[in-house]
Design a protein. Structure first.
Length: 173
């Protein structure tokens, strides 16, 4: 297993559409293991393959103890699709590709996702609360969508200016 570097906004590779996974082979299992290790090392709640510059439809979601929304397993979802969404919830979100930024994002309260597991078998999960948010956030990454895209135009422009300024400061150092 290996820890992979996580791309940081505004890296253009975060904006690409991920390709469906067709081969459920050993290298896919290795990739999932690397993503799991990378996510846990970064203390993330989830990670999508495009964040480590792999344009495949694969996400991992952390489990957590003492939280009834979760079981302890890290879930690996391949080719995930949201087939049902209902209700609304707004909570504070962050992203491993947008460190230092957190903001309130509106998401569906409950979703049902169909996906394939590492063996290629079709699975289905219905989630609410925090796990539903993380799933929506990570599935967005597969379409090149970041959580800041779901903020108001005003907030987005403030963030973009802040990031540009930070990058300029870093370049000047
Ligand atoms: Zn993210």
């Amino acid at each position: 297993m290996a820890i992979m570097p996580i791309l940081q906004y505004p890296d253009p590779r975060l904006r690409h559409q991920a390709e469906p996974v067709a081969n459920f082979n050993e290298s896919l299992k290795n990739l999932a293991a690397d993503m799991k290790e990378t996510m846990l090392k970064a203390s993330g709640a989830g990670l999508a393959a495009p964040q480590i510059s792999i344009l495949k439809q694969l996400i991992v979601i952390a489990g957590a103890e003492n939280n009834e929304d979760f079981d302890d397993r890290v879930l690996t979802l391949i080719n995930p699709r949201i087939i049902h969404a209902e209700g609304e919830q707004t909570t504070d979100e962050g992203c491993l590709s947008l460190l230092d930024l957190r903001d309130q994002v509106l998401r569906a309260a409950e979703i049902t996702v169909v996906y394939q597991d590492l063996e290629g078998l079709q699975q289905e999960i219905t989630a609410s609360g925090r796990r539903a948010i993380i799933l929506q956030h990570e599935i967005d990454h597969l379409d090149g969508i970041l959580f800041i895209d779901r903020l108001s135009l005003l907030k987005r422009s403030i963030y973009k200016r802040k990031i540009k300024k930070n990058l300029k400061v870093a370049a000047d150092d």
